[in-house]
Design a protein around this ligand. Structure first.
Ligand code: AAL
Length: 395
């Protein structure tokens, strides 16, 4: 087993040395002895000839780097309509946009008890995000919020979004206000495959006009086994997004529309990182699509709700909750190839960022503040505020 590790290690050193972004100056590729003395010193490695696996990883992955991407978070309750309200679900806030000095946010809202699957009554709510609609709220200063009404409702019976519309993200460009969100068609069973919808308005207050068809669907390359409504039982798992396409987030990047999303897989397994959750991206030339899934998908091996922002010509990502690389902040120079920039203790779930912040002030400026949600119970969730506290933040 030791020898096996040694071989892997030499190969990895060779690969890492191609990456100019993170690799310290190495003078050769074939041996560990080629790191400059300063790198051993920074890693507190006093004996280059006796390297533990942990020390080898520290050298390979540049663990001595500074805290520019390291951050912690504080969360607080909000006022007005975002204060906790018994019996109501408000969750999965979008990013915040600022229009004429007023903040806007979009989110999933529902009320009523969540029963789970298998009640025998297809009308009963199965998840907190079942039978939700997209609502929106405004605020002058980001602390006291006023609920304004519905932005996107459920479709008529038989439509692809007749059961639930939820987990919205807002995108603005060229005077258009665009919501992308998850949709579910009834009946909401364990094996249901959701889709992503889009609705467009000329004002942040709407009216938001839905496209006729969803813009993204799960990959169609898995195969359930048997008829039981059990999402874990498959003949074939298929792609990382063969079951669900969640948390859509749209960015305009390199003259194209990049639709980032979370995938869930048919027959989902648990791995050493917990749930088998990964992200992908689908790219379009035009806002309405078609959105073509990247051949490089999946582009993360971890994560849960999407949280991405442009920085320094690339795209940064807050990756939390699931997978071996959860609780990391990552960055890619091309929107596809993400590398770990920091390991954090915790990140706010379903984070929505303030899109009016000047991201270029620093790597984590986009995380200065935003909205998140908190579970009180399966029947009650409410929206809160988070603030980033890190060495890279401006005071
Ligand atoms: C969230 C998101 C999606 C899921 C559910 C509601 O954390 O990942 O939105 O469908 O949970």
């Amino acid at each position: 087993m030791k020898r096996f590790h040694g071989i892997i290690f030499l190969v990895t050193v060779g690969m890492v040395s191609c990456d100019q972004q993170t690799t310290p100056q190495k003078t050769g590729e074939e041996s560990l002895q080629t790191y400059p003395d300063s790198i051993y010193e920074l890693n507190a490695i006093m004996n280059k000839d006796k390297l533990s696996l942990a020390s080898k990883r520290a050298l390979e992955r540049n663990y001595y780097q500074g805290p520019e991407w390291f951050i912690s978070f504080e969360e607080s309750d909000l006022k007005g309509d975002f204060a906790y309200e018994p019996g109501v679900v408000r969750r999965d806030p979008s990013d915040v946009i600022s229009v004429n000095g007023i903040y806007y946010v979009y989110y999933s809202k529902a009320s009523g008890k969540t029963y789970g699957f298998g009640t025998g009554d297809p009308e009963k709510k199965v998840f907190p995000w079942d039978k939700t609609e997209v609502w929106y709220a405004t605020s002058q200063e980001g602390w006291t919020w006023k609920e304004e009404g519905i932005a996107v409702g459920r479709g008529p019976a038989g439509a692809y979004d007749d059961r639930s519309v939820f987990t919205p993200q807002i995108f603005t460009r060229e005077g258009k206000y665009v919501l992308v969100y998850q949709t579910v068609k009834a009946p909401y069973v364990n094996r249901v495959k959701n889709q992503v919808g889009m609705a467009i308005a000329d004002s942040p207050n709407g009216p938001f006009v839905k496209l006729d068809a969803p813009i993204l669907s799960p990959s169609d390359d898995g195969e359930w086994r048997g008829e039981e409504d059990n999402r874990r039982i498959v003949n074939k798992q298929g792609s990382f997004d063969s079951h669900k396409v969640h948390d859509p987030t749209l960015l305009y990047y390199r003259n194209k529309y990049y639709l980032y999303y979370k995938g869930e897989r048919m027959g989902e397994r648990n791995t050493l990182g917990g749930r088998e959750i990964k992200w992908g991206v689908a790219i379009a030339d035009k806002l309405e699509g078609p959105y073509i899934k990247s051949e490089y998908n999946p582009i993360t091996n971890s994560g849960h709700e999407l949280c991405v922002w442009p920085y320094d010509g690339g795209i940064a990502a807050l990756i939390i909750t699931d997978g071996p690389e959860r609780n990391t902040i990552q960055w890619s120079s091309d929107g596809i190839n993400f590398e770990i920039k920091s390991f954090i203790k915790y990140g706010p779930p379903a984070a929505g960022l303030d899109q009016s912040v000047d991201n270029e002030k620093g790597p984590l400026e986009a995380l200065k503040w935003g909205l998140t949600h908190k579970y009180v119970s399966y029947d009650e969730q409410y929206i809160r505020r988070f603030e980033g506290r890190g060495p890279a933040m401006n005071p």
